[in-house]
Ligand binder design. Structure first.
Ligand code: UTP
Length: 301
């Protein structure tokens, strides 16, 4: 089974930084966001490779995941072996590329990988969001197995006054992850989805569970995407094809902790993710606070 990572977007919320630098290669500490996502994508047992959907305007992404012996040798000749090892490890990840000619939406990007995933189900992981402990997709795979290989998406609770910013699910709680007895909108609960509602008004929202950017989908979605007409924002929306899938197949949602993953899609989210990653490592946390100095540390509170 393959995992698809769409990374061909324009990254407009990050301009001007993304004029010459793909958003997905921005670093969190010393590693590009996309490498965290690739490593996470490879964690579920069933995944044997990653397909990155790239844009021809972002050749740096393919370069990053390609072995460059000259560069590695140069590093080694200067005694920088551990840096050379890290560069080599990143370049050796099982990653292949397909190209999206223009950013026509997430659904369109996913469909660009149709041939690469073959006849199997596939994961989709958004290229600007990652889960540090890499376990979200592993648990989604577990839920799928328990429901005869059905599609499973990750959802997280959001305050009622914020539902209008997200894609929200309708449905009912039908169980929980093995080993937990979670119910309702609590972490670990499993829902059977009956509908998907884009950006509902608070009074119309069928739940407070939003789609967080991790999908394990039946291959049938690829057929539906092939005939998908543009939706919101005149883009081919993945959720529109998932909505059509619901008429044919069961689909489930796993409730996850909203803070489990790190968003990097906007400058503020990216900065917060860098701080979180630095502060969650005991050694780095000390160095980070020192770098902030007294004034900076006081700002953190
Ligand atoms: P986003 O909407 O967050 O990324 O898509 P974006 O479009 O690059 O960002 P803004 O809104 O202009 O700032 C989530 C992921 O899907 C990819 C993006 O690269 C990002 O990793 N994507 C989005 C595609 O690959 N193709 C598309 O047509 C749209």
């Amino acid at each position: 089974m393959k995992a698809i990572i769409p990374a061909a977007g324009l990254g407009t919320r990050f301009l001007p930084a993304t004029r010459c630098m793909p958003k997905e290669l921005l670093p969190v500490l010393n590693k590009p966001i996309l490498q965290y996502v690739v490593e996470e994508a490879l964690e579920p047992e069933g995944v044997d490779g990653v397909v990155i959907v790239n844009s021809h305007d972002k050749p740096e992404i393919e370069r990053y995941f390609s072995v460059d012996e000259n560069f590695e040798n140069m590093l080694r000749s200067r005694g920088k072996d551990s840096a050379a090892d890290e560069v080599h490890a990143a370049a050796s990840l099982p990653v292949s590329f397909v190209y999206q000619d223009e950013p026509r939406g997430l659904g369109h990007a996913v469909h660009c990988a149709a041939e690469a995933v073959g006849d199997e189900p596939f994961f989709v992981l958004l290229g600007d969001y990652f889960v540090p402990d890499r376990q979200m997709c592993v648990r989604m795979e577990q839920v799928s197995r328990e429901h005869n290989g059905a599609s499973v998406i990750a959802v997280a609770p959001v305050p009622a006054d914020q539902v209008s910013r997200y894609g929200i699910i309708a449905g009912e709680c039908v169980g929980s992850l093995p080993g937990t007895d979670a119910t309702g909108e609590n972490e670990g609960a499993v829902w059977k989805i009956s509908g998907l509602v884009e950006k509902p008004k608070p009074e119309d929202a069928p739940s407070h569970l939003f789609i967080v950017g991790r999908y394990l989908l039946s291959h049938r979605v690829m057929d539906l995407l092939a005939t998908q007409t543009p939706g919101a924002g005149n883009e081919i929306q993945l959720t529109d094809s998932m909505e059509r899938l619901l008429a044919e197949e069961d689909m489930y949602a796993l409730v996850v902790d909203p803070d489990e993953g790190c968003d990097t899609g906007t400058p503020v989210a990216w900065a917060a993710t860098n701080a979180r990653m630095a502060l969650s490592d005991p050694e780095l946390a000390v160095a980070f606070r020192e770098e902030l100095g007294e004034r900076g540390a006081a700002l953190l509170g």
